[in-house]
Ligand binder design. Sequence first.
Ligand SMILES: Nc1ncnc2c1ncn2[C@@H]1O[C@H](COP(=O)(O)OP(=O)(O)O)[C@@H](O)[C@H]1O
Ligand SMILES: [Mg+2]
Length: 278
Amino acid sequence: MAYMKDSGNGVRGSVTRTGAVATAGEAANVNEVTDNSQPLLEIKNLHVHYGQVHALKGIDLEVRAGEIVTLLGANGAGKSTTIMAIMGLLKPTSGSIMFAGESITGMEAHAISRKGIGLSPEGRRVLGSLTVRENLLLGGYARKDRKAVDHDLERWLSVFPRLGDRVQQMAWTLSGGEQQMLAIARALMGKPRLLLLDEPSLGMAPLIIESMRETIRAISEQEQMTVLLVEQNVDLALRLATRGYVLALGQIVYSGLRSELRNSEAVQTAYLGEASQS
Ligand SMILES: Nc1ncnc2c1ncn2[C@@H]1O[C@H](COP(=O)(O)OP(=O)(O)O)[C@@H](O)[C@H]1O
Ligand SMILES: [Mg+2]
């Protein structure tokens, strides 16, 4: 099974399932989609405040192993807040976040990252004055098995050939699309079981978005990676995710399968709501 063609920022080469578990000795991905399994991520009645601002007003959300689930919503709905709370970058006021059957509510970000959650943050946040290689190594800093880290570094550089070609370049010299790929690859370097992607398509040209869609799909399928994808690009999100949630003003106003979301008034309203505000 090969990753798709190299289309601009795309991926080429192939990563086999065997390749995916070649770094034995560390936690293996055992992400099988089974309906009655415990969710990999389970959020219950989550509230988050920024001072007086009540940004999340009791949201419930779950992601099962192997799924790509999308979180949709207009600007300011609370999508990044949700992602940052999962990652431990914001402390919830109340509610619970369970990961792999264990509470991670209120844990520090580095501990959550060690549990197996990786984040590609909104705005990419790559370190411009470090090289591509250094950025990637930062993503794997918490892992103890250095050989496995080196192996994964080479693997991701071959999966993202544009990064492979620029491994000694400072990250600031990369295009926006390349920086996004770097942010995703950096998150993957932590060997996560759950990948959080916060608006990966933001500010990108259609061709690059297309290429990124194929990359995310390939990673999900071939690494059996579980993904929570935040997007304002509904078309992209619903081509990748099998189901999703719609956030509006800090509350989940709709959830459903891809087909339901495509025809959902909640989705339209969420985005029309944004259009009428701006
Ligand atoms: N650092 C902050 N301080 C105060 N309010 C914030 C802060 N960050 C976000 N907010 C508010 O929280 C709400 C949700 O923001 P955010 O999660 O960034 O939305 P989204 O990612 O869906 O665009 C918005 O009303 C936003 O203004
Ligand atoms: Mg956001």
